[in-house]
Design a protein around this ligand. Structure first.
Ligand code: NAI
Length: 353
């Protein structure tokens, strides 16, 4: 899986995970606890070796520090990356063992779902620790699947960024969506309801067919979506989609989507700027998920989540305005702002064990 660092700084804590009995192998990286306990999901993926898994964890943990800081959350950044074992394994046992490792960190790390993990996995984690979110919602509290909140934040970001950068309304736009899973499909529904035309691609053809039937989306090959004729490109699959080559192929004038770590390398942001493409940094637009997950952990309700998610799009516009004013890429400006927030609040982790 390709991910990239923004400005990689040394992690606060790197905790190896190794339990042969449950076949747990991986790492928890706590990148920053300046704003509160390090929060970030648990990725479960087939990595060829631990070096690759650790590199992914480092970059993802750093990304969480930036995302949480700019979303105004009382949380630092962290991530767990677990290697998916070859062959048969007892999934419940593995995630229970992971939960025990999280418990030992006594609240400096809060976990949740990420690519490859589910609510059921987090329920196994919760048998060993309370420092876990992404569990089913209860008693009117925040919780449950965070994807709709992520889609809402991305949708509103696209709408407001298009009004600012393209000076056009959604009803007048074509949006190319790469990856129509949980977030991408929900985003398509919102875009279609707002009158936008859709172009979609996914490695799973059934998902595209569904959107063609529901919203009249045009379906293109996965290799064609980056260069598809569209006003907006919304990456909602996996990371690393914006590289030197794709940055030259993008036909859209605005890039805004949910996928984490979209830039294969930081300098691609500058290439996009020079091509006159407004790039909304992924971790600013896609913060709805962690906002929902953190509200669950902090015991807040859906209204708190709605208030924070509603602040995403105005933040995006402020970012684009400042980037245009300073002649810099929005990604560089966002990183600066996040670092300012973190530097302004250096204090130890606060979660009780
Ligand atoms: P998902 O797994 O439900 O959907 C991803 C979709 O992308 C799948 O339909 C998959 O078939 C498709 N896909 C994979 N490779 C592709 C390719 N090369 N070309 C086209 N399609 C491809 O995941 P979900 O939850 O929708 O997340 C999407 C992205 O947003 C991920 O990068 C995730 O890390 C990020 N994200 C998700 C959040 C959430 O609340 N679910 C929160 C913040 C970020």
């Amino acid at each position: 899986m390709v991910t990239h660092p923004t400005r990689l700084t040394p992690p606060v804590q790197c905790v190896p995970l190794h339990d042969p009995e449950s076949r747990l192998e991986g790492v928890i990286v706590i990148h920053s606890t300046a704003l509160g306990p390090g929060a970030g999901g648990c990725r479960f993926w087939s990595y060829p070796d631990m070096d690759r898994a650790r590199a992914d964890a480092l970059r993802l943990a750093e990304g969480m520090s930036y995302k949480n800081a700019l979303a105004g959350l009382p949380l630092g950044g962290a991530k767990a990356v677990l290697r998916r074992p070859e062959g048969d394994f007892d999934r419940a046992r593995l995630f229970h063992a992971f939960g025990k490792a999280v418990a030992e960190l006594r609240g400096t790390y809060v976990t949740a779902e990420d690519v490859g993990t589910s609510v059921a996995d987090m329920q196994d984690v919760a048998r060993a620790t309370r420092h876990v979110a992404g569990l089913p919602a209860r008693d009117g509290r925040a919780g449950g699947d965070p994807s709709p909140w992520t889609a809402q934040g991305v949708f509103e970001s696209i709408r407001e960024a298009a009004a600012f950068a393209l000076e056009r309304d959604l009803g007048d736009l074509t949006v190319a969506v790469q990856g129509v899973g949980h977030v991408g499909a929900d985003l398509c529904r919102r875009l279609a309801e707002a009158g936008a035309r859709l172009v979609v691609a996914d490695v799973d053809p059934d998902r595209c067919e569904n959107l063609r039937a529901l919203h009249g989306a045009k379906v293109v090959d996965v290799d064609a979506i980056v260069g598809a004729e569209a006003d907006v490109f919304a990456p909602c699959a996996l990371g690393g989609v914006l590289d030197a080559r794709s940055a030259q192929r993008i036909a859209a004038r605005l890039v805004c989507g949910a996928a984490n770590n979209q830039l294969a390398r930081p300098e691609v942001a500058e290439t996009l700027r020079r091509r006159g493409i407004a790039y909304v940094p992924d971790y600013v637009a896609n913060a709805g998920g962690i906002i929902s997950v953190s509200a669950e952990y902090l015991g807040e309700d859906a209204a708190d989540v709605g208030r924070r998610v509603a602040a995403i799009a105005p933040r995006v516009v402020a970012l684009l305005e400042r980037a245009a004013r300073e002649g810099r890429s929005p990604a560089a400006v966002a990183d600066d702002l996040a670092e300012e927030v973190i530097a302004g609040a250096r204090r130890p982790a606060t979660a009780a064990a």
